[in-house]
Design a protein around this ligand. Sequence first.
Ligand code: ZN
Length: 414
Amino acid sequence: MIWFVNFMSVSKYRISYFYDEEIGNYYYEEYHPMKPVRVRMCHTLVLAYDIHKHLQVFRPRRASAVEMMRFHSPDYIKFLVEHTPDSPTISFQETNKFCLGNDCPIFEDLFEYCQISAGGTISAAQRLNYGYSDIAINWAGGMHHAAKEKASGFCYVADCVLGILELLKYNPRVMYIDIDIHHGDGVEEAFYDSDRVLTCSFHKYGNDFFPGTGNIMDIGTGLGKYYTVNVPLRDGMDDESYRTVFKPIIARLIEWFRPTAIMLQCGADSLVGDRLGNFNLSTYGHGECVEYVKSFGIPLLVVGGGGYTKASVARCWCYETAVLTGVDIPNEMPQTDYIDFYENHKLHLVADANKKNMNSTEFLWNIQTTVIENIRHLPAAPSVQMQELPPRDLITAAMRPVNDEDRHSNEEEE
Ligand code: ZN
């Protein structure tokens, strides 16, 4: 059990990491900004930096259509299953109804791509539920715009929502934190009237920036009132500004809500130089959010999300895998097949010193106090009378780790 000794010597956390090598083969369209190959580039770096030696690496099982229907409407999922770009029966009315085409094209093997993304997040949630892992990572997940009956913002199947539903089987309270530059509208909407899921999204807001939602006064409804938190920001957010709002708000929310599990969506389009985003975060600043959330020691499910400069995404998520694992890795990048994508061969991105930060100290202070004032209405975490737990799902073969040593340790746990 050499692997086990290595793992324990570096990190006190048990970390599951879900990766399917097929992910890099899916292709939206030539000029589409979403490039699934970024996840393969990240994984290649994780291997080259030897971070995988401190992880339990799994190939996720693929989520079934029925599993997806725990949140999505059957006719939407049926459409995704049955249609390819060449389908002769495809109708304009249907693609319109499900918001497919344009931003969300029907590409080759689209459903399979969704199965991998959703399968990873659901499996990651199960690892946490069973107590097998303290942290579980699925960089192919984080599709936070997908809605119950339609695709949106490059997202088709709502893996975040499905993962949270899975966590709710065993957890009375789940917190969702979103640091993608876009508002996490799909996840917010799914749990807008629930007091068992607190969603908190930090995003650019205003000037018709997609998706246009995420106003600071959108705080939830019914039982879910005050359990939705929105932190709307302006262009040019740098590490210092982000830290100023992120840490006090997250600390206050965790103190008050006392989540028993957290999902962290790490959209990398909030980094400096993103093709679609306009923030100015370095990889250190982005990773500091991950480090901070990890520091609370609450079971943590980490997913990817946006990120449209693929070399930056790979750098960021590789670094954050190291942060979660607790290993230090050098800035000088190791040799990989993708080395030519990283012009300077350095892991870290630094902020653009010439970029104007449109978020003044006063603006950020007002945001922070308004958010904290909103949640002051509720004195303590809701208590949940847990229903009888569902039968302990059998761990399928695909949930088992890739290497034999891991498989052995899992059988013992079962
Ligand atoms: Zn985004």
